[in-house]
Design a protein around this ligand. Structure first.
Ligand SMILES: [Zn+2]
Length: 372
């Protein structure tokens, strides 16, 4: 049985009225899934209290101290060097209480693995936060905390990130560690924050070859993404054979996302989520980014269906005949996007670049994994 880890307390917080990161993203998803009758109250595990000790698993004491000071919402000059108080990561009242809640999600997901082999944490996936600094809407790294908990039990972890942004906080946090294989698919750092995640950033020391980046050119579409995803993710996860997969399944690769420049639809997104699920013995998926509310509600609902082995095609019919069409919150009746075919020179360049990346993997990465 798949489980959701959540707290309604997230809905109390906001980064500010003009900030693109919505903390009611979990609510958008839960309402959508409930409306389709694929959510029972017993599916949701509520966690309301976090503890500082869990932050220490990934973050420095000094940074935690700074976050705690920021909890009253007053900015101090010292905060800026920790990425706090900048437009991406504003200081607001309760920011430390919020990060404790994120840490609590990670801890509970770890504990829940004893009972469930598929877990979804809709609010989280804060992959930019560094051990000593906030970055890119991420104050702490809940994924990093979870991975640290898993490593302490000697689990082999595969981290897969399909958010449009490079998972730089996870890369940096475990760059020399071969026990966690880190793989991030994202829009190229040539055009998008955090301007890193190139294919030759492959880890150091014993962690060499255990950090893998698959950058996509802007205008990459479903075909380009799935070409690389199937050719790179599938053979490498099969060879690495992890005990646990940790996934960051942000929904900002879509063509309708306001912050990114890719041309995907949720058709390839959900196919990737299905492949991740099929290749994982145990899977903990975090929601991640996504700045279009429709994409959050529909993408996470599709992902939840996949985690429950419900055929997503069922939904098309269900939504047409059900109450979903009358939704006030969502503008579209179907969960799945219309197909979007990109053509012309932009598509050609994106595909040529994808072939170049694939060839890079065949020449430089696959031999290490004894793959062809
Ligand atoms: Zn993102």
């Amino acid at each position: 049985m798949a489980k959701i880890i959540y707290s309604e307390k997230f809905e109390r917080y906001t980064y500010g009225v003009n900030h693109p990161f919505r903390l009611d993203r979990g609510r958008l998803f839960l309402n959508s899934a409930a409306r389709l009758s694929i959510l029972n109250s017993s599916d949701v595990i509520v966690v309301d209290e976090g503890n500082e000790g869990d932050l220490k698993l990934f973050h420095t004491d000094k940074y935690i101290e700074i976050l705690k000071k920021a909890n009253d919402g007053e900015i101090e000059a010292e905060f800026l060097q920790y990425g706090l108080g900048l437009p991406d990561n504003p200081v607001f009242k309760g920011v430390f209480d919020l990060v404790l809640l994120h840490a609590a999600m990670a801890r509970k997901a770890f504990m829940e693995l004893q009972n469930s082999d598929r877990i979804f944490v809709p609010v989280g996936g804060l992959h930019h936060a560094m051990r000593n600094r906030a970055s890119g809407f991420c104050y702490i790294n809940d994924l990093g905390i979870l991975i640290e908990l898993l490593l302490r039990e000697n689990k082999r972890v595969f981290y897969i990130d399909i958010d449009a942004h490079h998972g730089d906080g996870i890369q940096s946090g475990f760059y020399d560690n071969p026990m966690v294989l880190k793989m991030s698919f994202h829009e190229s750092g040539k055009t998008l924050f955090p301007f890193s995640g190139f294919e030759d950033e492959i880890g150091i020391e014993s962690g060499r070859f255990f950090n893998l980046n698959v950058p996509l050119n802007c205008y990459s579409d479903d075909e380009v993404f799935l070409f690389l995803f199937k050719k790179i993710f599938v053979p490498i996860i099969e060879r690495f054979d992890p005990d646990v997969t940790v996934a960051q399944i942000g929904v900002d690769m879509m063509s309708t996302d306001p912050l990114t420049h890719l041309r995907l639809t949720n058709n390839s997104y959900i196919e990737a989520v299905k492949i991740i699920k099929d290749k994982s013995k145990r899977l903990i998926a975090f929601g991640g980014g996504g700045y279009n509310p429709d994409n959050i509600a529909r993408g996470y609902t599709l992902a939840w269906a996949v985690l429950n082995d419900i055929e997503v095609d069922d939904y098309y019919t269900a939504t047409l005949g059900g109450t979903f069409m009358g939704s006030q919150e969502l503008s579209i009746g179907s969960l799945k996007d219309m197909n979007l075919f990109v053509s012309g020179p932009e598509k050609e360049v994106a595909m040529e670049e994808a072939v170049r990346i694939y060839n890079y993997y065949r020449e430089n990465i696959f031999p290490f994994f004894k793959l062809e």
